[in-house]
Design a protein around this ligand. Structure first.
Ligand SMILES: *Cc1c(COP(=O)(O)O)cnc(C)c1O
Length: 430
């Protein structure tokens, strides 16, 4: 960086210089940004891009124009869209194209995969998870255990966190006993943003004869993956966070090719080999790829934004996205350290690049009210009960200058104690 001649590394001017050197800066113009708002919540719901809007329009047009023939005609034939978009996602995952399919949702895909991969046998009847995961994953695992006749209190092992924020890989490995049949963990923790070492845990699991799958909701589109190289058994994710697929956009799943041929846990006619599906036989011939883990008719209209959105990821490249994301969070942490020292914030995300996901996590006992004050000042953060503030500067559409502004606004809120005019109570959606 040629900023040596710039005496003030904490100035807004310096932030603008960083923006000028940003190779991804052109993508910002492709998104719909409200000019009065700084959006730092792309890890909950990514923003709409013009390309995503365009692809929705194209799919609507093919419905308008072709009716039922849209399944096989037009620019994006619906019948193949789950597979086509899976192919387009493969580079984000370090996966082969046939190992990925766009289908279902995080929770549905978790159910589907656990129904297939959790095969209690002899002494191995337990599922290993953690105590920091998103509740939906835990509810799904509990109900999957009940489906197979096991009591979750005894058969779901949740690794403890010593600091309530992060997980220690040693502690996870220590729980990999010969009673564990399956492990399901997040790749990046949704609160602290800690990246879990998937390679190391996969090796440890496999050397003990245990299958392992990961929830990639907070890593896909933010952090590169090498699922094939690491040998992960399966993975699943949503596409409305870093992938900007829109509210309720269709999720995705990965099945390592060594498991091709495994029967889907929850079968349906879209599990079929595509050539055979319309033979309408009562004996299912599953697809020979990850496509076998689909269930019913794909939600085409909720998949359509991904055509445009994934295309942008392809163009931007995961390495450049990760590199800018780390620069943004580095810069945010650096400014927080400088401007907010003395205001009782605790930085609760890992500092090492290797363990830091796409967002910064601050803890403060006034977090609820500080988030309300931020919103009033035109900043969209993400409050996480009871005391967490997630700030996600997103590589494709946020700027270094916005990072500077957010810290400046936060500083003013603290100096003027502006948060005190709000009620200390979270909203229904927080
Ligand atoms: C966002 C998120 C979910 C949401 O699940 P849906 O089925 O998409 O509603 C689940 N798990 C994790 C870890 C998440 O971050």
């Amino acid at each position: 960086m040629s900023a040596d001649h710039n005496s003030d590394r904490w100035s807004r001017e310096h932030a603008r210089e960083l923006d000028q050197q940003d190779p991804l800066s052109g993508f910002r113009d492709e998104f719909y940004l409200n000019k009065d708002v700084i959006y730092f919540d792309g890890n909950s719901l990514g923003l709409l891009s013009k390309r995503a809007e365009q692809s929705v329009q194209e799919v609507m047009d093919s419905w308008k124009r072709y009716g039922i023939d849209g399944w096989t005609s037009g620019e994006h034939p619906w019948y193949y869209m789950a597979e086509t978009l899976g192919n387009l996602s493969a580079t984000l995952l370090g996966a082969g194209q046939e190992e990925v399919v766009i289908t279902g949702s995080t929770t549905v895909n978790l159910h589907q995969l656990v129904a297939a991969f959790y095969q209690p046998n002899g002494n191995r009847t337990k599922i290993l998870a953690d105590e920091l995961n998103f509740p939906s994953d835990i509810y799904a695992l509990q109900s999957q255990l009940r489906q197979k006749g096991y009591e979750p209190n005894e058969h779901l092992v949740q690794v403890k966190s010593t600091d309530g924020k992060t997980l220690d890989e040693e502690a996870i490995i220590a729980e990999m006993s010969d009673e564990i049949a399956l492990i399901v963990l997040p790749s990046v923790l949704y609160r602290s943003g800690q990246i879990i070492d998937m390679k190391r845990l996969t090796e440890a699991a496999h050397s003990r004869g245990i299958l392992i799958g990961f929830d990639l909701c907070h890593s896909i589109g933010a952090v590169p993956h090498q699922l094939d190289e690491w040998g992960v058994d399966f993975a699943f994710w949503c596409t409305y966070k870093h992938l900007n697929g829109g509210p309720g956009s269709v999720g995705g799943l990965y099945v390592n090719r060594r498991h091709f041929g495994k029967a889907p846990g929850l079968a349906g006619w879209f599990s079929s080999d595509k050539e055979k599906q319309f033979d309408m036989e009562h004996t299912l011939t599953p697809a020979s790829t990850a496509g076998a883990f689909q269930i019913g008719t794909p939600h085409i209209l909720s998949m359509a934004p991904l055509i445009g959105s994934l295309n942008m990821f392809e163009e931007a490249g995961m390495d450049r996205i990760r590199s800018k994301s780390l620069q943004l969070t580095d810069y945010l942490l650096y400014l927080i350290d400088h401007f907010l020292a003395g205001y009782h914030f605790t930085v609760a995300n890992p500092l090492m690049h290797k363990a830091r996901g796409g967002h910064v996590f601050l803890e403060h006992e006034e977090a609820v009210r500080i988030c309300k004050a931020l919103k009033e000042a035109g900043v969209v953060p993400d409050f996480r009960s009871p005391n967490g503030i997630r700030l996600a500067p997103v590589a494709l559409y946020n700027t270094f200058e916005e990072v500077w502004q957010v810290v400046d606004i936060l500083h003013t809120i603290m100096v003027e104690e502006r948060y005190k005019q709000f009620e200390k109570k979270r909203e229904v959606i927080a």
